[in-house]
Design a binder for this molecule. Sequence first.
Ligand SMILES: [Cu+2]
Length: 495
Amino acid sequence: MIRRRLLAALGSVLVLSGCGAVGLSVTPVTVQDFTNELVVPPLAESRVVDGTRIFTLTAKQGRSRFLPGTDTRTWGFDGAHLGPTLRAERGERVAVEVTNALPEPTSVHWHGMHLPARMDGGPHQEIPPGDTWRPEWTVDQPAATLWYHPHPHGVSEEHVYRGLAGMFLIDDDAPVQLPHTYGVDDIPVIVQDKLFDTAGQLELADDGSEPGTLGNVVMANGTVGAYRDVTTERVRLRLLNGSTARTYSLGFTDRRIDLVATDGGLLDAPLSVERVRLAPGERAEIVVALTPGDTTRLRSFPVDLGDVAAPFAMGGNDAFDVLELRAAPELASTPPPSWGPSAHAPNDALDETAVATTRTFELQERTINGQRMDMSRIDEVVTIGHTEMWEVRNALPMPHSFHVHDVQFAIVSIDASPPPPDLAGRKDTVYLEPNRTYRLLMRFDDYPDPATPYMYHCHMLLHEDEGMMGQFVVVLPGMPAAAPAPGVGHGGHHD
Ligand SMILES: [Cu+2]
């Protein structure tokens, strides 16, 4: 079935080539007017009880107006589509009361968060319809742009695609000079592509498309053809690739951008770049400078996917605008981004000479090390306190995006070379160019639990659902792993 899919993708290349459409997009992207004001997800309200900051989220069905005159059935947290932005300080105790008002089980994973496996929201922490799940943990990592999304076994693609996703921002008290007023000069931008059927409903059609569904409409925070009025000389955009399959190359035609943070937080220093490549699950914080009266558009350019077969069938040739920025005639002054070395994760916290265990992961069509996901099989047992090197290789000419739960890793090398500067910060997800070896350095400091696994997987969600995922447990020295039994690992408590 998977081979047929790849062949179908290659077949479509030949068909289009035969039509003289060489080099075109596999999914022609609709040209849009940018006349809809960008929706900024509201900050989630919370209450503090006995020192714990408590959020509530309800996953439910709704209807959204993406296309003129058409109501599209969607899913969202609290509203019809996407969810509010959760925000907490490093060191805070947080809890989230997640209610599932959907007609089927789901789960909510805190992507990029360091926390106990029972609170992680993976496939073992499924929430039945009508149930409420209440994970809690202490935020213990540097300031970063994280996110949350469903992770139910076998159907994550559909649940995210229907609209279940939101941001989770971590703050800390490190002195930084960055735009930081939420919704004013510090704006989340969740980039997603959607495919609509003739009735204006979301279509999840991966027939013949190897990476999964590639949409012909792109939206920012659920807004199609979005514009944003800017009132400051610089604006910070927290970019999240919340798509299920598409990899973007985001930037502007008329200016460079400062890349300031990646998945796990700040880089060593601002990095001037033309574009940033984001695979599904990856984030980047960028600072964009504007002049009074300026109008410019955040654009996704044709993306270098590395040595993939038929890159255009993977969306590699597609290009489209995402968000128009309109600067006011007068702008409040904003200093350039800067921070001292104490603001980002200490570079010596991950020490290659301390590596106790090296593991290798080879990604084939839908397998990792020759195996598909099995909920009852623990693939890797990690000893607490150990620094590990994970050597990850994408062995076939297809795109993949590798995500590890619980930790933020450092990319030590790609083949024999150090990573490019835009990949030198802390990461939890990395695009894997085919036939290259990514060496990922990580450390497992706490939360032993021999019976509840964390996941590592491809974040192209069709691939994940079809089995491209494995499980690891973190144990005390000498502690054996226990096979997870059904129902085990339901962290927090259920009402
Ligand atoms: Cu994949």
